[in-house]
Ligand binder design. Sequence first.
Ligand SMILES: [Zn+2]
Length: 393
Amino acid sequence: MTTKLYYQDSEISSAVVQVIDSGKDQNGYYVILDQSCFYPEGGGQPADTGEIGPAKVWTVQSVNGEIRHYTDTELPKERFSAQLDEQRRWDHMQQHAGQHLLSALFEDTLGLKTQSFHLGKERVTIDLDLDTATKKQLQEIEKKANELIGQALPISTSWVTSEKANTLNLRKPPVVDGDIRLVEIEGIDLNACGGTHPKTTAEIGLLKIISTEKNKGGMRVYFLCGNRAMQYFDFLVETTDQLVVQLNAPATELTQAAETLLAEKTAASKTIKNLQEQLLNLEAKTIVPKNHLIQEIFENRSIKELQQLARLVITQHSAATALFISSTEDDMRFVCAKGIDAPGDMREVLKQLLALTDGKGGGNAQFAQGGGKTTESPIAFLTVFQEALKNFM
Ligand SMILES: [Zn+2]
């Protein structure tokens, strides 16, 4: 049985330990210690990481009543000094204690119960049973939480029997049998919890609600505490500073500057579209059929543009049949079209053109388009086109 140093004092971050057992399971090599400051994953709090002698501990899990420290190398049954990743643990304690505070305030002021808690690498969330909290209420809860942090309320732990626990007004009934570990934030929260916590609320540092979203009939609340909240603030400041430079506006006018920019972009897009249409119209006028035949080869033009151009041209020349080809580095695209007075079926022409590629296409008797990869030159397509048209003469 491993002595749980993290329950004796949550601030113990190193110890001399004896490996009393070791093994390998589906997670890899692990060791069991006589005593450990490593918290095993549980109750929403992630596992500690760190080092035991020469080995790195990458996770710690409770398996069949054992605390297994998973290491990157095998360790002999010897004594080693063990060291936690202190920053990681401190971060977990700040988020975890912040969650106690937040859940207590949601329940006691708004009657909203916390269904679950998730402490991720970046995000920290609680899921409330209802999504009734308003923005103003969220702000009030955040303000109250930070007031309680400022009061440095003691956070204490104790052990009671499950019979005793049942007589106490715990926030939620304990999920384990036997002795129950209680965590109390003086005057605010009394709860069964197996996690690690700082000694007073002051050590949470600060609590910031980041955002909320609807979640399965309830509300998911994203929040950050302590150093994480500060890091997020740093990120926001950095982002704002960059935008201030890019948009050439003070932070207070950024939203307005972005709106102006977007409006300008919409107007510019409209202008570009109009100009493109005018250009295509002008280009179409320069394309003149020879013996009712139009054949044009382009580079890197979109199929949409080819279609627009073909429509304009055959509208002007009702007896003409046209083939527009655009080659890119990778493929060949083409549009075949005929005016209303021209003979033939463009689907037949398309079929023969597509035979030169690995691609697909479609259309109707007047207008068809397609393309694909090919090793043939555009000239080969023109030849096939001319041959195909002979069938309609
Ligand atoms: Zn806790």
